[in-house]
Design a protein around this ligand. Structure first.
Ligand SMILES: NC(=O)c1ccc[n+]([C@@H]2O[C@H](COP(=O)([O-])OP(=O)(O)OC[C@H]3O[C@@H](n4cnc5c(N)ncnc54)[C@H](OP(=O)(O)O)[C@@H]3O)[C@@H](O)[C@H]2O)c1
Length: 356
């Protein structure tokens, strides 16, 4: 069986990009049989360069790209690599561009792809979380999917879209959307000092090497913004208040100085958690958003509530709507990890291929 051809352009061969490429290679025969769909990577890129072959990159080339990037190398080191701009040649009508970078720079390429009647699948939050006037072209199009930008492989965005599509009215969205901050709150609740919990989160790979990336709450705010916009509220970052978990004066010191100063926060968080626990509550890093705006920060919740019983890096999100007014529609599970994230991206690729 020949199958309908769908060209794929993968921007970013990091943890998610490599796992996606492996899953495409593993599943493409099954996808061809089941859906009559042939997924054909025509370009793969990291920040150093790109491999491009409009007829379809041979499996051997894709495996070489996986081998070199898995061992810390860059695509530029391969003999057949092009400059990153070479990707543009592959942006042809019907192709699907998957943005698997964490870069704020991919917007123009993605907009060019949309204008060229390509599909777009995003793991990268930046294009959909930037200023509304730039981001709005990515919302509401059947050619654009961004499921894994919130909750990784959990069906958060598609569930929200079904609610909106079927005429429900969302009133509030609430959730714990950061594995790192979830882990941190669990540890603080257990009495682990703030500075030790931050070190452990780094050692376990939950936190970024510079933990301020997670502690400043901006990543959670981006997720809140993406959900709000999907719910039909065209909010901007200024509509959300964000509580960073470190003082302003540590915002721009070197990492070592930041880590050395973090034991000074231990007392503050020990006290905040102890006071909450005395009241039968605990603290969670919660995003709450409604039609007019929202907040992201530490919030006291009942210990026996869904948020209060959340442990470790798990994610939880609840949609309060006209139809789900008494008990919210809730989704919970692991909100990170290359395998579940790549599977979510592949699901988006298959859905766009079926529907457009
Ligand atoms: N990991 C997860 O569990 C998870 C879950 C949900 C969502 N996400 C999102 O998925 C994205 C990827 O995550 P990751 O963990 O795979 O990150 P990562 O390991 O840092 O990989 C990012 C990749 O993007 C490449 N890159 C950067 N700028 C680029 C550009 N302008 N053009 C082409 N490639 C570029 C990087 O190349 P170099 O290495 O050469 O710099 C690297 O290959 C992020 O946006 C992340 O927030 C991740």
């Amino acid at each position: 069986m020949q199958g309908r051809r769908r060209e794929l352009i993968l921007l970013g061969l990091g943890n998610v990009g490599r796992e996606l490429l492996r899953q495409i290679l593993q599943t493409r025969e099954a996808v061809k049989h089941r859906d009559g769909l042939r997924l054909v990577p025509t370009a793969v890129a990291d920040v150093s360069g790109a491999l491009v072959e409009l007829e379809g990159l041979p499996e051997g080339t894709l495996r070489r790209a996986l081998a070199v990037t898995s061992s810390g190398g860059i695509l530029e080191s391969l003999p057949d690599a092009h400059e990153l701009d070479g990707v543009r040649a592959a942006i042809r009508p019907g192709a699907i561009v998957a943005d698997l970078t964490a870069s704020p720079e991919t917007g123009p390429t993605l907009r060019a792809a949309l204008e060229n009647k390509c599909g777009i699948v995003l793991a990268n939050k930046h294009p959909v979380a930037g200023p509304w006037r730039e981001a709005q072209s990515f919302y509401g199009s059947p050619h654009v999917r961004y499921e894994v930008t919130v909750g990784a492989g959990l069906p958060v965005i598609s569930t929200l879209q079904v609610l909106v599509d079927t005429g429900d009215r969302i009133t509030e969205i609430e959730g714990c959307l950061s594995g790192t901050l979830g882990y941190l709150c669990s540890e603080l609740e257990r009495g682990n000092p703030f500075s030790a919990a931050v070190e452990e989160a780094r050692a376990l790979g939950y936190a970024e090497p510079d933990p301020r990336e997670d502690l400043r709450g901006r990543d959670v705010a981006r997720k809140a913004l993406i959900m709000a916009r999907t719910a039909g509220w065209p909010l901007d970052s200024a509509d959300l208040t964000v509580e960073p978990l470190y003082p302003e004066e540590l915002a721009s010191v070197p990492i070592d100085a930041f880590l050395a100063a973090s034991p000074a926060q231990d007392g503050l968080y020990r006290r905040r958690f102890a006071e909450a626990l005395d009241r039968g509550e605990t603290l969670r890093y919660v995003a709450r958003v409604g039609p007019k705006g929202g907040s992201v920060g530490l919030v006291a919740v009942k210990r026996e509530s869904s948020l209060g019983t959340l442990r470790g890096p798990g994610n939880y999100v609840a949609f309060w709507t006209e139809r789900y007014a008494e008990i919210p529609l809730a989704i919970a599970g692991p909100g990170a990890g290359p395998q579940v994230t790549a599977a979510g991206v592949l699901g988006d690729i298959i859905r766009i291929s079926r529907e457009t």
